[in-house]
Design a protein around this ligand. Sequence first.
Ligand SMILES: [Zn+2]
Length: 444
Amino acid sequence: MSGNFQFDTRPEVDVIVYRHRADCRFVQKEKDGRCRCPKHLYVRLTRARISAKTKSWETARQRAKEWADNHDPVILREKAREAENAITPQLIEEAFDEFIASKQAASSNPDGYKATESKYGTMKKQLVDFLHVHDQGKPDPERVLYVHQITAPLLNQWMGTWKSKTYWSKSKKRDSTIAFFDYCIAQKWIKATLEKDRGNPARGIAKIVGKKDSSIPTLPFTPAQFKAVLQACAAYDRSLATVNKAEVRGKGRRLHALCNLMRWAGLAITDAVTLQRSRLGKDDRLVLYRTKTGNPVTVLLPPKIADELRWVPPGPDAHPDYFFWSGKGKKNRAASTWQKTLRRLWKLVKPALDLRDREGNRIRPKSHMFRNTFAVELLKKSVSVDHVAMLLADHPDTVKEHYYPWVPELQDLLEKEVKRSWDEDLPIILPDVDDALQRTVGQA
Ligand SMILES: [Zn+2]
């Protein structure tokens, strides 16, 4: 009866002599200190009588305390919590292997196996190599062999050794590191905590700082390429013949509108995907952002584009305040869903997109190319660098540096200016060339 009883508070347990032996001389309560009869535990609340399996008062009292401890709800909860938080030390390399295996098991795409293995396999090797150097010459207790020994400062040191130069690859790597340690926590190789980082040491890695834009090739679409991308949007739904139709109804049209929005407003994908309807005025002006002083910076959309956006068919989880977004969850998340859609779209473009960076290396299309197209097409039409910079919320120097190389007309003018300066035997002063360039463009 007492075994399964759940006590709300610590049970009170007395030691009693249930029945004195016939020859006991200490049967009176006030004199029973020397009684050597078998002792019992008496649980007051349940009135249970349990043999203490001893004749000694002292031992019986000790057992009463133990019994109370074993049924004390506060102590039981604490024990359960400790058991819950108990970790199994796991070697770093083995932890990585299990993590990679679980990623692969969870993936429905066998082609993804290789990419996963290579991404996390590289990470594993880099961390293990780093720790190998770190551990060298250190006494055993200071060596880091298990995942639970890895700290945020150590990971920061590790990050200092990352060779990848770009913002994007570093911040992706940081995300992958966080994912790995989240897995370790779920496996109870690392203790989960109530801290903000939940005990994940990778969340303590310094946020990657850097200019996002500087590392992205600023390639625009040519007008013909952009047209082909829009045509591919029209073919998008048909390419999805095998998937649930209701889910994707109107997806191609939404995609078409989104591509146009990015191309004609210069918005980056996250801003475009989460754009509020209230930002588009009846006069087809779209508020891009507000300056620090609160003034709206607007761009005028071509009427056809503005209308397409207004009447974009809502997605399955659309929120009436937004063109494309449900308004729920993180904005980045919404953008990455559309990035996936775009990756599918690129494959549908005919003729296939042949994109090269400035060194002539093949590159994959990116959503940012719509924004680049917006900027370059404006520059080609002689809109001033200052104005383009304002629309992009970028610095004019950045715009010059990134977009001029893609506008052959501006390049030609620049060269002509340089050649003219040879004829006139004048020294070349670059800011003057820039001014001349501006003036010439203005007259064109
Ligand atoms: Zn007795």
